[in-house]
Design a protein around this ligand. Sequence first.
Ligand SMILES: [Zn+2]
Length: 146
Amino acid sequence: MSKAAYVRREVAKGQTRPHHCHALECKKQVPPAYFMCPKHWRLVPDRLQAAVWRHYNPGQEKGEASVSSEYLDVTDEAIRAVAEAEGKTPAAKTPAKQVTLDDLTPSDRAEIEKFTGYLKRLPAARAAGPDAVKALYAEVYAKGSL
Ligand SMILES: [Zn+2]
């Protein structure tokens, strides 16, 4: 079955679960096999429409196929192109925020410090043999919330 035939078949099933258009600020409900509502899809430049099709794996919207990083890249570009066409400013693509110790609650920090303590003891346990490693793990799992 071609990708287009697959998508037609899926779309014929209708709104099988809540899923909205991926254009910036658009909350229009569309079948999960649709990336955008028809109004916004028409604003995606041909080159990007073709790239979205090329990198779409049928079933990925249902977790039945993997989503490639290429797909994520081209859909991100398509979302930006539509936002630009509508005069909207998409948020800058920022790398995931680095979490620092300052972002953590005192109890998170205590957990991490405790776990770090176990990690520091791991090489010595490894050197001592499998029983020492097993004992260390038993200690971690008995005391921690890992
Ligand atoms: Zn839309």
